[in-house]
Write a protein that binds this ligand. Structure first.
Ligand SMILES: O=C(O)CCC(=O)C(=O)O
Ligand SMILES: [Fe+2]
Length: 231
């Protein structure tokens, strides 16, 4: 997809869903051809590290962080989605009374690099039967952008289970879960950790985590796009 296609997504709806639920489906971000091309990188030499999730207690399955330079499709997505995500992040920052974020990805990455966070964080994740991803937050240092993107690369007809799950921890209340069904090439923009939520007595802070439920059969691949770099 070109950045004009990304600009043409229904950002008003996506932002409204993020405000209410902490996650919004974006609609299609990658063509089927791009999904295949991005997934095929998994077997190529384009990564800075590979994580076998079971070794760290993160779940089961594996993922790889892309090395710089990022593949064209990934770089375009990260750059083109960022300004729309930053508009949402900055409205949240105003509500939370926290510092704002640069308007461009370039500005955000400069801030990361100045803080010693220089490693790219976009990643490919691969799950087979029985694999899952424990609830977590993708924070890699002091500098953190509050939203991130995930794109489903596999046709959902090719696997069972393996749902993207988010939990929302509310002060002095029980946690709420949200499951996000995605089509192939579709993305979900979601809260990395803290967001403001409107309540009857004004805004309060909720803490979110995300993960993936157990894959019952088949194979599932996703592209994760995190907007802050890692130390
Ligand atoms: O595979 C998924 O749907 C979620 C992966 C994930 O944890 C991420 O993109 O940060
Ligand atoms: Fe994650």
């Amino acid at each position: 997809m070109r950045s004009a296609d990304i600009d043409a997504l229904d950002w008003e709806r996506i932002a409204a869903e993020l405000d209410t639920y902490g996650v919004g489906r974006t609609g299609r971000l990658l063509s089927d051809e791009d999904c295949d091309e991005v997934a095929a990188f998994y077997e190529k030499d384009r990564f800075r590290s590979r994580v076998v999730m079971a070794r760290h207690g993160f779940g089961s399955g594996e993922y790889k962080y892309f090395a710089a330079p990022l593949p064209r499709q990934v770089a375009t997505l990260r750059e083109a989605v960022y300004p729309h995500a930053a508009a949402i992040a900055n409205r949240w920052a105003a509500r939370l009374g926290t510092p704002t974020f640069p308007e461009t990805l370039h500005g955000m990455l400069e801030r990361c690099h100045a803080a010693g966070q220089e490693k790219p964080t976009p990643l490919l994740l691969k799950y087979g039967e029985g694999d899952y991803n424990c609830l977590h937050q993708d924070l890699y240092g002091e500098v953190a952008f509050p939203l991130q993107l995930v794109v489903l690369l596999t046709d959902p007809a090719e696997f069972e289970g393996g749902e993207l799950v988010l939990t929302e921890q509310r002060p002095r209340m029980q946690s709420r879960a949200e499951v996000v069904p995605l089509k192939r090439g579709e993305g979900a923009l979601f809260t990395t950790s803290i967001r403001p939520k409107a309540g009857s007595k004004g805004d309060y802070r909720v803490n979110m985590r995300h993960g993936v439920s157990r894959l019952r059969s088949g194979e599932r691949m996703t592209l994760g796009v995190i907007f802050h770099d890692a130390a």
